[in-house]
Design a protein around this ligand. Structure first.
Ligand code: AMP
Length: 399
């Protein structure tokens, strides 16, 4: 069974074609600059060299057609699909489903109405995701489609974790609450951790640290998310590449008055000019910041300190929320590839039963247990695979 997974942005579209009998990626690619001059696709069939084609793409429908052409081998790449008949379904990543869906669903007209209703909650992401779905519906009307939501896994959070200390009416009127994001990733790595440890996930309390350009941390107890660091928006939680994470909620108003800036400009500062970039003044990319810290630049060092201290505090808080801790999992760009970040986060956490093994912690980008054999809490690196979760859910929903 072959399933296509699509992650559609406003001007880009990532895709992967899976053979679900073997859970193997047959091809993947990226379409960029949709609707902008210089549109192109970079398509790679497994085991082959990438093929890049530049061609005008006025809209997402044209982008989907180009992806189909690439999969069928019509633009220079070897075919990954013999014919469209082979394509069993398409699974889409959708950022926000509000409180409407706690699991993945088959997409139909009713679901599309619900997703449109969620646009105010994710004005930058949902419209692009919806455009991708509509484009596939147009180009492949007979192929079933499934939506997999970033927010769904966190719908198991209890009220005490998702209600803010604000007038309750804002929750009722506008849906103001903690939703959490990266749910597909937290789900994947927590359940994979249980498989690797050989313990049923129902018996485990795990803190999953998804640390990338955007970062979030989740408390996963018995296989269910009970709390997470991102909130109503993906701005909350640990500090990120350019996002501030948790700050005193009075600060946006203070900055707006002090700098005489309108709300939109303050929003931009909090989202695009803060975090690692804002503190270090060097870059939003941790690799550059780590290099700056190694050169002795004090603000780069400070940025790394603020980041790792913030992550450590979440691990402690979530251990308390779960009345114990069996495993800490690191994933995404930073979590998978930065031994110094993992070492600093785990430093001084022996009281919790966390003992990192410095030699094992040298691993990058592959599954490993990086705690000492004596460590009561297992510390793990697990590369995330959101696309595989989307493909699996899509297969499951086809029956
Ligand atoms: P993601 O959003 O998951 O793709 O993560 C991207 C981020 O991971 C980059 O911005 C970097 O900050 C970080 N990253 C990737 N590789 C490394 C590395 N070798 N060392 C430190 N940080 C890394």
């Amino acid at each position: 069974m072959k399933i296509l997974v699509i992650n559609c942005g406003s001007s880009s579209l990532k895709y992967q074609l899976f053979d679900m009998d073997k859970e193997y990626a047959l091809a993947k690619g990226l379409v960029e600059r949709i609707g902008i001059a210089g549109s192109r696709i970079k398509h790679t069939k497994a085991g082959e060299s990438p093929v890049t084609v530049e061609t005008p793409l006025p809209d997402h429908k044209a982008a989907i057609r180009l992806v189909i052409d690439a999969l069928l081998g019509r633009n220079g790449a070897p075919p990954a699909l013999a014919s469209l008949e082979e394509l069993a379904a398409v699974g889409h990543r959708v950022v926000h489903a509000g409180e409407k869906f706690a699991t993945s669903v088959r997409l139909d007209d009713k679901v599309m109405v619900a997703l449109r209703e969620c646009i105010p909650l994710a004005p930058l992401h949902n419209p692009a995701n919806i455009m991708g779905i509509e484009a596939v519906m147009d180009v492949l009307p007979r192929v079933p489609q499934v939506g997999v939501f970033d927010t769904a896994f966190h719908q198991t959070m209890p009220e005490r974790a998702f209600i803010y200390g604000l007038p309750y009416g804002y929750y009722e009127k506008y849906g103001v609450r903690r939703y959490g994001f990266h749910g597909t990733s937290h789900y994947y790595v927590s359940h994979r951790a249980a498989e690797i440890l050989g313990v049923p996930v129902e018996r485990l309390s795990i803190v999953t640290c998804h640390l990338g350009n955007g970062s979030s941390i989740a408390a996963v107890q018995g296989g269910r998310s009970i709390d997470t660091s991102m909130g109503f928006t993906p701005l909350a939680g640990v500090m990120m590449g350019t996002r501030c994470g948790d700050i005193d909620p009075a600060l946006p108003v203070f900055i707006s008055k002090a700098e005489r800036l309108p709300a939109a400009d303050v929003d931009l500062i909090l989202n695009k000019k803060s975090g690692l970039l804002g503190i270090s003044g060097v870059s939003s990319d941790l690799r550059d910041v780590e290099e700056g810290a190694d050169r002795g630049e004090s603000r780069a060092k400070l940025a790394v300190d603020v980041l790792t201290y913030g992550i450590k505090k979440y691990i402690g808080a979530y251990a308390a929320a779960m009345n114990g801790l069996d495993a800490v999992v690191f994933t995404a760009g930073i979590g998978e590839n930065s031994p110094p970040t993992r070492a600093k986060v785990c430093e001084g956490m022996e009281f919790l039963g966390i003992e990192l093994d410095p030699a094992k912690n040298g691993v990058r980008g592959k599954e490993a247990i990086i705690s000492k054999d004596t460590s009561r809490v297992k510390v793990m690196v697990i590369p995330t695979d959101e696309e595989l979760v989307i493909a699996r859910d899509t297969k499951r929903l086809l029956g």
